[in-house]
Structures are given as C-alpha cells and as structure tokens.
Design a protein around this ligand. Structure first.
Ligand code: EPU
Length: 425
C-alpha cells in the first residue's frame, strides 16, 4: 500500500491542468454498453475507479483500448453477468445495470457492499428500473434484473429521503433511452455529470431533454450509434486545488481547464471565507489567492446547485486553521465526517455531532501519521498536511488514487514537497 509524505509549510505557486471528471466518466463508460458501435471518449482520468469500470466492461465482453486519456470501447458481443470480484471494488459499478437491461433485457450484478461515507442504498435505482417494467430478484448477493419483453417508458419520481440520486438518475436515463415510448424522470439529479451523460447519449442518437433540471424527458429509440465525446473537467478536483491555493500559497495558484459555471458554490464559499478567486474571461482558468483576513463560515451540503458533499471534507480541512467558528452540515451523507478524527489528531478542534461538525479554527496544525478513510477524506488530509508543521504521513493512499489523477505529480508541479512511498505497509 502506498503512503504519501507531505512536508508542510511550503508555499504553493504556479499552474496545473485539471483532469477530466471521474464522476462523469464512470456512467459515460458504462453507457458504451448501449451500442454495438465503437465509442471514443476523451479526457477519461487515469484513476483506479475508471480502471475498475474498464475492467468490468472488458469482463462483460467489450473491446477496450486506452491510451493517454482516450478510451475506445466496442460493445459488439456482450453478456449480462458483471463479475463480483470487480464489482465489489467500486459502488459505481451499479451503473452497468441500466445499460445491460436496456440492451440485453437482463443484468446480473452484485449488490454493492457497505461504504465508509454512510449508508448507500440502491432502492431508487431499482425503483426506476422496476418502473420501466423490469423484474428484480436477489439471490446469493446478486441482483438479477430482467425485462424479457423490453422496457416500457413511464413517469417515475426518483426523490429519496436525502433528495435526488445522481447515479440512480443516470441508471434510469441509460435504461430509458432504449425503452419503448416516453419516460419522464421527476425529481431527477441535475449535477453537471448527469448533463454530460445526457450529452453523450444524445450524441449517440438518444432523445433526452431537460438534463440539468429536475424533470428529464426521454423519448426511447430503437438503437444507438457510435460517437466521439470529451468528458467535462473534474469540478471536485478543481475545487480541491482551489482550497489548496487558499490554504497553502502566498501569491496564489492557477488552475487551467476548468469551467467557471461548475464551480459556483466552491467559489462563493472561498470568497465568503475571505479569499480571492479570479476567473479569466473565458471562464476556463482560475487563480486563487489567500486573503489577508480569512475566516470560518457555515456550509450545508445539498444536491446541485447546492454546495457539493464531495467538497465538504476539503473545506473542513481549510476551516481547521481559519479564525472563528465554522459549522458544517452534510445533509446528503450525514455520517461523512471520518476525516474529522484524523484532522483532530493533527491538532484541529472539531466536534462532530449528528450530521454536523463544529470547527474552532486553530493557529497551527502539526504533522501526524494519519489514515485516509475515503476519497475526499484523503484529499482533506493532504490539504491539512500542506498547511501543517512537520511531515504528515498519509496511509491507505489507494483511496486518493481512486479519484485524483497524478495528485502527487500535480502537487510537485505546484512546488509542494511530497513523496510517494511505494508499497509501504
Ligand atoms: N440514496 C438512496 N437510495 C438510492 C440511491 C441513493 O437513498 O437508491 C441516497 C444516498 O444514500 C444519499 C443520497 O441519496 O443520501 C444521494 O446519493 P446519490 O445516489 O446521489 O450518490 P451516488 O450517485 O451513489 C454520486 C457520486 C458521489 C457523490 C454523490 C452525491 C459518482 C460515481 N459518485 O454518488 O461521489 O458524493 O453522487 O453527490 O458519481 C466521490 O466522488 O467521492 C463520491 C462519493
């Protein structure tokens, strides 16, 4: 297992390019199952989650080629059995359910296991597919979803107790593109990644309207063709480095290949916390400079266009050394506060209670050996390490490699002092 040593106290400077979005890439890769024609997808980040998805697609019978960010997939001869050994490694594997049932009338996929960020049921995914007429059986830890006579379009409300579901909306949208008739998804997720998937599907010949709003209408078509698509920038990677610029640079850092319209909430909160965020005119490059009088503030996560839960841990790390009191509430994953215990080991003053964290900013963090518990928690620890006095050792680095492309190289490019210790226990 790799570790990351972060030698704190160096000021970051310079510029980096933001990678393509992991969370947009995963369902888009799965959507390649919907056609027998070749699809070409550019700017797929080289992270372990996209690698798992490509392994699943290969195991389902797809021909997969990958070179420097470009992935070519041909799903001419596929079968419906997704292998447990790969599926269990990544929850987003459930994205293959919708496309497999739509294309083959059948999907056999393992039920995803527990998740450290909280309870992550799949009831809404199944509700969506059942709404289109699929039958669901569970046996031996697997779900067998069948629609022998094909799927039939319907109006389906996907709202759950924590609001809309991103991958649930994706799964239903992917199933509905080949269903007979019209499907209307009410209470749909409207994250930019859902819009990117809809753009990808429409470029294959699907007829989807309303992606990016709470109501998506899908007119089913008989078949889809090949396409060539470029994945949107990763707004969470960009947001993470924006926080790094605010926390650990003197004169600021610049991030290229971003989209201003997808960074609204992170930008507002950084400004509210006293920092300077400047986009270029095209909105595809941003410079973040730390303010003279930073302060803590309140954050409540919410479905898009609210503040993303995937940025909560990184802002918590920033508020650990921001003067004043910050109150952070995660309404989407109320248990997603594992990073707080590790930040506390580094000297932060954080109390977690019932879906909220109260952070009293301290002057200085001090390095400690810490344990990454999930992807964004690991990012928070890296940020804290950049700011801390001494060398922070981050264990279980595989969490960060799931979703941040070449994080150590990008940090080195910005002048950080980090070392990856390969294969350490
Ligand atoms: N939910 C249900 N039933 C379901 C599905 C979800 O109750 O069938 C609940 C969840 O428990 C949660 C809420 O609905 O409380 C929202 O979960 P959602 O389904 O939207 O999450 P997801 O689609 O599984 C994606 C991202 C996550 C991100 C969430 C929320 C991908 C691959 N994953 O997950 O990203 O946190 O949306 O925005 O797109 C990450 O990148 O670190 C990450 C965890």
């Amino acid at each position: 297992m790799d570790k990351l040593l972060v030698h704190g106290g160096t000021s970051l400077s310079g510029a980096i390019n933001i990678s393509g979005s992991k969370n947009a890439s995963l369902p888009i890769l799965a959507a390649a199952l919907l056609t027998e024609k070749q699809v070409i997808i550019e700017r797929v980040p080289d992270v372990s989650d996209t690698n798992y998805m490509l392994q699943i697609l290969s195991a389902l019978g797809c021909e997969v080629e990958r070179y420097s960010g470009t992935v070519k997939i041909t799903a001419a001869n596929i079968h419906p059995e997704a292998p447990y050994e790969i599926v269990r490694k990544m929850r987003a594997s459930i994205c293959v359910m919708g496309p497999l049932v739509a294309r083959l009338g059948k999907a056999n996929v393992s039920i995803p296991g527990g998740c450290v960020i909280g309870d992550r049921p799949i009831d809404l995914h199944l509700k969506g597919l059942q709404g289109l007429g699929a039958e669901v059986d569970t046996e031996g830890g697997n779900m067998c979803i069948t629609a022998e006579k094909g799927l039939i379009g319907k109006e389906i409300d996907l709202r759950g107790k924590h609001g809309p579901t991103v991958l649930g909306t994706d799964n239903l949208m992917m199933a509905a593109v080949l269903a007979e008739g019209t499907t209307i998804i009410e209470s749909a997720a409207c994250e930019p990644e859902v819009v990117d998937l809809a753009d990808f599907l429409n470029s294959m010949g699907a007829q989807i309207e309303g992606a990016g709003t709470r109501r998506i209408t899908i007119q089913g078509v008989r078949s889809l063709g090949g396409t060539h698509h470029t994945v949107i920038p990763d707004r969470i990677e960009a947001g993470t480095f924006m926080v790094a610029g605010a926390m650990a640079s003197e004169d600021g850092i610049t991030l290229n290949r971003v989209r201003e319209d997808q960074l609204t909430e992170a930008t507002h909160k950084l400004i509210e916390a006293g920092h300077l965020v400047t986009f270029n005119e095209a909105g595809n490059s941003v410079t973040i400079q730390p303010g003279d009088q930073p302060s803590g503030c309140a954050i409540t996560t919410a479905p898009h266009p609210g503040f993303p839960t995937d940025m909560q841990a990184q802002f918590t790390a920033m508020f650990a050394t921001s003067p004043g009191i910050s109150v952070i509430e995660d309404t989407i994953f109320p248990q997603r506060f594992m990073h707080c215990a590790e930040l506390t080991r580094m000297g932060a003053n954080i109390n977690v209670d019932n879906g909220s964290a109260i952070v009293h900013g301290v002057d200085q963090l001090s390095a400690a050996p810490v344990m990454a518990s999930d992807l964004r928690a690991s990012a928070a620890l890296v940020l804290a390490g950049l700011r801390a006095k001494g060398s922070t050792e981050i264990n279980r680095l595989y969490h960060i490699d799931r979703g941040y492309e070449m994080i150590d190289e990008k940090l080195l490019q910005l002048g950080a002092k980090v070392e990856r210790l390969r294969g350490s226990i």
